[in-house]
Design a protein around this ligand. Structure first.
Ligand SMILES: O=C(O)CCC(=O)C(=O)O
Length: 382
């Protein structure tokens, strides 16, 4: 009997021990598995983090379009309100209050030469629509802002301003050129705005518009027509003025007429607030326009359009039959400002380009090739 009891006890002990062994085995395996998972997870996280930091820090070395000099100067200046998605950039306080005051003095003096868009066929809106304002006051355009000699120095400085050149290079490339005659927009309270227009896919026709197109290929943004507006008075929120449809540079559809004319879908139209001296830059490939001006003070903005070196939209520079902008534009201009006034042709063909340091450089075509072209075509360039 005693023997049987002993055997039973031993068997129970062995069974219990076996269970304990299994349990410890399971615990050990789980611990290993957990350690493995944990290590994998952390390795992945760290690799991702390091890769991101590395790319962020050194990407400019791999992408020749964004030069090392450009990246650090460009990035930190983005204001919180900047949005790459809308392709509309607001650079705060490019110009000082004194500079803005001097520009306003010149505008006040020249204002009698300005022309108001009164007749229906030159208004930018239809009377009685959301963008039409009071139906009476039209937008007032003041031209000739580069042709006033020393009084034009503020307006000429926009062509090659050191703060703005990195933006021009980023969006139009080296060799960028002025494309339209710049002018001042003046609007009084109640003035009409401007129907939504532009768009890489034209907001009205729905057609692809290469001449305004925004593209982003292989890390390089290009805007075939870049608008640059210098605010010369406050543009408070809700007071009207420049507006955009966010993200529309990537849209593929036209907008309904009711939206274009400001009667409906206003929630998709964003007014851009600005202070005097701010510069708003946008691609004409982004759908944009202006809301009627509702402030007591007069609206004043200097508006420019730039293009890559081989793109052209306007033709003012051809007026005299020579590739020259109208008389008076060049007198007293710096060499780099004159470089921005060159007609469209490729950088390779002796184009004077801004070097981004306040000077210029020329991408030369060899004398041998020019001599050869002269033999073939009778001109120095093909
Ligand atoms: O008034 C504005 O700010 C917009 C002007 C504009 O888009 C234009 O003149 O084409």
């Amino acid at each position: 009997m005693r023997d049987i009891a002993l055997v039973t006890k031993k068997a129970r002990f062995v069974r219990k021990n076996k269970r304990l062994r299994y349990l410890s085995l399971v615990i050990a395996l789980s611990a290993r598995l957990f350690t493995c998972l944990f290590t994998c997870l952390f390795t992945c996280l760290f690799t991702c983090l390091f890769t991101r930091l590395f790319i962020h820090r050194f990407s400019h070395r791999f992408t020749p379009r964004f030069t090392p000099r450009f990246t650090p100067r460009f990035t930190p200046r983005f204001t919180p309100r900047l949005s790459l998605f809308t392709l509309r950039f607001a650079h705060r306080s490019v110009f000082s209050p004194e500079e803005v005051a001097s520009a306003n003095d010149v505008i006040t003096e020249k204002l009698p030469n300005a022309k108001e868009r009164i007749d229906d066929d030159i208004r930018n809106t239809k009377r009685g629509t959301g963008m039409g304002g009071n139906g009476k006051d039209g937008r007032i355009d003041l031209g000739g802002i580069l042709q006033w000699g020393s009084s034009s120095s503020f307006f000429r400085s926009v062509l090659d301003h050191p703060t703005l050149v990195p933006y021009y290079h980023a969006f139009c490339g080296s060799g960028y050129r002025m494309d339209h005659m710049p002018f001042c927009i003046v609007q009084n309270k109640g003035s009409e705005g401007f129907n939504l227009h532009g768009g890489t896919i034209d907001v009205t026709s729905g057609e692809y518009n290469h001449f305004l197109a925004y593209t982003h290929n292989h890390g390089q943004i290009r805007s075939n027509l870049l608008a640059v507006a210098v605010a010369l008075v406050p543009h408070p929120l809700g007071g009207g003025g420049f507006c955009v449809v966010k993200g529309s540079h990537k849209s593929n559809y036209p907008a309904p007429t009711s939206m274009v004319q400001g009667d409906k879908h206003r929630e998709h139209v964003t007014q851009v607030e600005s202070e005097p001296g701010d510069v708003i830059i946008w691609s004409e490939g982004t759908v944009h326009g202006a809301l009627p001006w509702e402030n007591e003070h007069q609206r004043r903005v200097a508006l420019y359009r730039f293009s890559p070196s081989t793109c052209a939209y306007g033709r003012s520079y051809m007026e005299t039959g020579e590739p020259m902008w109208p008389e008076g534009c060049y007198e007293g201009m710096t060499e780099s400002q004159k470089a921005v006034l060159q007609p469209p042709f490729n950088n390779r063909l002796d184009r004077v380009q801004l070097d981004g340091q306040g000077g210029t450089r020329v991408e030369s075509r060899s004398e041998a090739k020019k001599a050869f072209d002269k033999d073939v075509f009778g001109t120095s360039y093909f």
